[in-house]
Design a protein around this ligand. Structure first.
Ligand code: SF4
Length: 299
């Protein structure tokens, strides 16, 4: 699809935004402003409209179905399914990928999290709570009620929240464990099985694309899901920021992971083997950092 071409239909517009790491990212936009529909009302109305629009899109959008059908598996010879060791001593959280893109000193501390204790990050906790409430109280009930009452292009087979996945990377001695906000398994046009990996946060989609600090984690969830369960996934990032334009992003992998994600995992392996913390580069966000109380490079 050309980057300037938009498919117009009743519920959802799909527009290609570009290639990031080993994925192509598309904007998903409603035909009317969700904020207009909400009339400046409380977050509840916005969340309700956002969930309603996404549920209709997932169930009946022709363009979204077309993209879902075109999705490819996400494979790399260096990544394989883990063994589900939920032992914190022998695992790394998938959020270490976010840390690495924010500050490599931070990723170093996370790679040795039994030695370096992080403090709770208020914004992150709030965003997690908002995401979980949106999925459980708005998105899943909307999909369930619309799929029961409307004629759908796609059938929803299961919806699961907080799904744990494990992956191994080459000779990194710890498994990487992630918790996916929600997993939706759907039969597209009654024939093609696809999984939608849903991640929800307060971060608006423009910041998501500018910093790219959440995208590699979604890619690793997608890769892990295919390796462990054999169903081809797509990623769906939903922003709960009412000013976010577009409100959601669709992430389609390229067939082979060869640039972005394996390179980041290699860096994590190198960090986990270092004796001392490396200096940060760029402009690290120290005032919001979970390691600000122990970091010797804090600015
Ligand atoms: S305090 Fe600053 S330099 Fe240290 S880990 Fe956090 S973001 Fe990086």
């Amino acid at each position: 699809m050309s980057s300037s071409h938009m498919i117009s239909e009743e519920t959802m517009y799909v527009k290609k935004l570009g290639e990031f790491y080993d994925a192509t990212v598309y904007a998903l936009s409603p035909n009317r402003s969700l904020r207009e529909d909400s009339h400046g009302a409380a977050l509840h109305s916005y969340a309700n409209n956002l969930a309603g629009w996404l549920a209709r899109g997932i169930l009946s959008s022709q363009s979204l179905s077309k993209m879902l059908i075109s999705a490819k598996p996400l494979l790399s010879p260096e990544i394989r399914c883990g063994r589900d060791q939920r032992n914190t001593q022998s695992s790394l959280p998938a959020r270490i990928l976010d840390d690495l893109l924010v500050c490599k000193t931070r990723a170093y501390y996370t790679s040795k999290r039994t030695e370096y204790k992080s403090r709770k990050e208020h914004d992150m906790e709030i965003s997690k709570k908002h995401g979980s409430a949106f999925i459980k109280n708005y998105l899943i009930p909307k999909i369930a009620s619309l799929s029961a009452s409307e004629e759908s292009l796609n059938n929803i087979l299961t919806m699961e929240t907080e799904k744990t996945i494990n992956i191994c990377y080459q000779d990194l001695d710890k498994e990487i464990i992630g918790v996916i906000d929600a997993v939706i398994i759907a039969k597209i046009r009654s024939t093609v099985l696809r999984v939608i990996i849903v991640e929800v946060a307060d971060t608006d989609t423009n910041t998501f694309l500018k910093k790219k600090h959440i995208l590699p984690r979604i890619l690793i969830y997608m890769s892990a899901y295919y390796l462990c369960y054999g169903i081809i996934p797509v990623g769906l990032y939903i922003s709960l920021s009412p000013g976010s334009d577009p409100p959601a992003l669709l992430i389609l992998s390229k067939k082979i992971l060869n640039k972005g994600l394996p390179r980041l995992l290699k860096k994590i392996k190198e960090l986990s083997e270092m004796e001392e913390e490396p200096e940060p580069s760029g402009d690290p966000p120290c005032s919001h950092c979970v390691y600000a109380n122990i970091c010797k490079f804090r600015r």
